[in-house]
Design a protein around this ligand. Structure first.
Ligand code: ANZ
Ligand code: ZN
Length: 765
């Protein structure tokens, strides 16, 4: 083994001292913003899967730097939020203490993996210098009418004891803790993401993103074109407005269904003959999760509104009106016309409750609208982003309530509204946030009338913290503004973004929304934050996802001291393309350890040779393969090619120094330490990492030269470059002249020659 410990320490320090990875943020000529998704570290530290993503992103950054770009590769952490707070609760610690420990451990580990981080641009979401601007964004959203307060039925996690946004309910469960989510009527803060529904949808087309992520966003936004039609209630002034995408089926509408929470139920209270039963059902439905309700397709339930009939405007027939929980209050108008003959769910419901079914005569879509006076309407499934949380560990929402003047934003000069060091931070379960117990916090003055007023005690969603962090990195030290427009327009949009696909409709949607809002506030001049997005694969151990609590984890701390960062990095990228996953094997790591050992050995004796100032022609194909592999994040193929080059070197008795230097340049993004050391040993100028990436000559690719392997008894003894299609007799002559072959054969007579045209000649003795 080579002295990796010494080498890695030496260069980590020198890179820091010389600011090798700090681009000039104002003067950079070819800015390249190389970003990985914002990590939220746990106290347990990194596992090897995160190291793979981080170093995988770094390979790309180093490659782009050698292509002449000024690369910004910042790092920071997302430490606010329910996830960290829940962990602190479990560990019996205050979230701020827990955060301090995780932060220290996180940066310690990131310090040794050999990434070219721009450390000066570091940021943490719980730093008041950062969340001051998170609060500032809230105020701007309020000023632009993009933040509002409303009472609706919202998602409630009974375990985290807080509300959640729709995007944070995954298959009916809390995104953070996996508990089944229920509904609650509460007044909450929302961001009007629906204002951008159409733009969020339309812009997808021009993004260089994986298709499955685009599709996920498309489905989540869920555009549907339909009509709103009014049905009159018999003997009443009340009407039912429905939303349908199939007005052409209206002749088959034999009954109606309202969502249980529909306002009409209360409005018609005096007319409904079975109100008690109806009210019972409404109460029961409220306690169900939305997921139960959608899945309710199998066990349909509902109650007829006794004494109520509606009139189908097309057939003029009286039809019954039901409430049922398969109709959602939050979509369309919260009411439907049921066409049991055409719609499967309506059919099942009608069968169960013996409701009339007729064979539907379809009419022309546009004609039907006209016939009943319907209004065309584009409906989106996307709902506004519920942004308030009844928790402690987040930025206090910078709003103030005055009984006389109503809701107002806190004056900007008062930012940040500091999160107080509250010992009783445990969520209460009353729907009231922990900060509501601190009079010192909530008591304030109304900015308008100066009378006593009350601060909002909810904090904002962590996803708000992470929706804008990439805007702060290029300008972390700016005091008077969130960022300078000039800086941001220079560095953003992010050129390469790599991260987990589980964020398809969470972070990736929120970040796009905030960017669009910034554009409309004229803070920036673009509207999409991430030009190229690529997912990262997952590394498994014994076939399963790594998890510390289940003891199924590879901890980089256990390996770094024994094998060094270069070997770990190289192996992690050799497993598969970065966007694919794979299984961690210690034996695989050993392969990369041995490989670097060979590179070291060759490098140590290299300085004695200098054959030519030019790169040998056979290298060009390899340069092309490695370049293409990195460009497409198929690092594994690039590394395989590096191995081919090494084999060739070892097969030859002399290695052209220029070739070896080229090899070091090609290996540098993967193994930044050993290459830097050998580069120096060969007498080159610091640093290998800002040298130009080797170029290949197109002409040489199609050259008539081939590499021929020469073996003696199947063992490689040399490689020579020969003309393609050379006669065997000629090849034998050249091969026998190779010194190492000559020595290996010494005086022995060979019995047999195995020859594979243009590839191998093997002398069997
Ligand atoms: C009559 C009809 C006939 C319908 C038919 C469908 C098929 P998307 O595509 O998702 O927009 N709908 C409307 N509001 C609803 C609500 N709040 N809860 C549950 N279902 C609701 O779906 C639109 C269709 O879903 C609408 O068109 C309506 O049923 C139903 F053969 O109206 B349709
Ligand atoms: Zn006031």
């Amino acid at each position: 083994m080579y002295p990796f410990s010494k080498i890695e320490k030496k260069w980590t320090q020198k890179w820091l001292d010389t600011g090798l990875y700090e681009p000039d943020l104002d003067k950079a000529k070819k800015p390249f913003y190389n970003l990985m998704m914002f990590p939220y570290p746990s106290a347990e530290g990194l596992h090897i899967g995160s190291v793979r993503t981080f170093s995988g992103v770094d390979v790309y950054g180093r490659f782009m730097r050698m292509q002449g770009h000024d690369v910004l590769e910042p790092i920071g952490l997302d430490g606010f939020g329910i996830h960290s707070e829940n962990y602190a609760l479990k560990a019996g610690k205050h979230p701020s203490e827990h955060a301090k420990e995780s932060e220290k451990n996180f940066y310690r580990q990131l310090g040794y993996i050999g990434n070219g981080f721009s450390w000066k641009e570091k940021l943490e979401t719980y730093d008041p210098d950062y969340y001051k601007w998170t609060q500032w964004i809230f105020i701007k959203m309020w000023e632009k009418g993009l933040a509002y307060r409303a009472k609706t039925s919202v998602n409630w996690c009974p375990s985290c004891i807080t509300v959640l946004a729709d995007e944070q309910v995954i298959n009916g469960e809390c995104e953070r803790c996996g508990t089944a989510v229920t509904k609650k009527e509460l007044e909450q803060w929302f961001f009007r993401i629906t204002k951008y529904a159409d733009k969020l949808l339309r812009n997808l087309e021009k993004l260089d993103w994986p298709n499955h992520i685009k599709t996920a966003q498309q489905n989540w936004i869920g555009k549907s074109e339909g009509v709103e039609i009014i049905f009159n209630v018999k003997d009443s002034n009340s009407v039912v407005k429905i939303f349908t995408t199939r007005p052409d089926t209206i002749l088959g509408a034999t009954y109606m269904v309202l969502a249980p929470e529909h306002l009409l139920v209360k409005e018609l209270k005096n007319k409904i003959t079975n109100y008690k039963k109806v009210d019972n059902y409404v109460e029961k439905a409220k306690r169900k999760t939305e997921n139960d309700r959608i899945a309710g397709g199998k066990t349909k339930s509902g109650v007829e509104l006794g004494g109520i009939k509606a009139i189908n405007p097309a057939t003029k027939k009286e039809i019954p009106v039901w409430i049922a929980d398969y109709v959602l209050s939050s979509y369309g108008t919260g009411a439907i016309m049921a066409v049991p003959d055409q719609d499967e769910r309506d059919g099942a419901f009608a069968n169960k409750f013996k409701l009339p079914i007729v064979k539907t005569k379809l009419i022309d879509w546009d004609k039907a609208v006209k016939m009943v006076g319907g209004k065309k309407k584009t409906q989106y499934h996307l709902r506004d982003w519920l942004i308030s949380r009844q928790r402690y560990w987040g930025p206090p929402i910078p709003m103030i309530y005055c009984v006389r003047c109503g809701w107002q934003s806190a004056p900007e000069k008062d930012l940040p509204i500091l999160l107080p060091d509250l010992r009783g931070f445990r969520p209460k379960g009353t729907g009231e946030a922990p900060l509501a117990s601190s009079k010192a916090f909530y008591e304030t003055k109304c900015p308008k009338c100066h009378d006593v007023a009350r601060r909002e005690t909810d904090v904002s969603d962590t996803f708000l913290d992470s929706s804008w962090y990439f805007f702060r990195y290029p300008d972390v030290n700016r005091r008077e503004a969130i960022f300078s427009k000039q800086r941001i327009n220079k560095w953003l949009p992010v050129d390469s973004y790599i991260g987990g696909v589980e964020h398809a409709v969470l972070h990736l949607l929120y970040a796009r929304f905030i960017t669009m809002a910034f554009k409309d506030m004229q803070l920036i001049n673009f509207e999409e934050p991430f030009t190229r997005l690529r997912p990262n694969g997952l590394i498994t151990l014994r076939g399963a996802k790594m998890s510390k609590s289940r003891g199924n984890v590879v901890d980089p701390d256990d390996y770094i001291g024994k094998f060094g960062a270069d070997a770990i990095r190289l192996y992690l990228q050799f497993i598969s393309p970065l966007y694919e996953g794979g299984e961690w094997r210690d034996s695989g790591l050993m392969g990369s350890v041995r490989f670097l050992g060979r590179v070291w050995k060759l490098g140590e004796k290299m300085d004695t040779f200098e054959i030519s100032r030019n790169v040998s022609s056979w290298m060009h194909k390899s340069i092309k393969r490695i370049t293409d592999g990195i460009q497409e994040l198929k690092y594994n193929t690039a590394i395989a090619e590096l191995m081919v080059i090494m084999n060739t070197f070892e097969g030859n008795n002399q290695v052209n120094k220029k070739d070896f230097e080229t090899f070091l340049l090609l290996l540098a993004p993967f193994a930044p330490f050993i290459t830097e050391e050998l580069w120096e040993k060969l007498g080159n100028q610091y640093s290998v990492h800002n040298r130009s990436w080797p170029k290949y000559i197109e002409k040489s690719l199609a050259s008539n030269q081939v590499n021929l392997a020469i073996q003696v008894n199947g063992k490689l003894r040399g490689t020579v470059s020969i003309a393609r299609g050379l006669a065997q007799k000629e090849v034998e002559k050249i091969a026998l002249n190779e010194p190492r072959v000559f020595t290996a054969l010494s005086n022995k007579k060979h019995k047999k020659i195995i020859y594979v045209q243009d590839r191998i000649i093997n002398f069997v003795v």
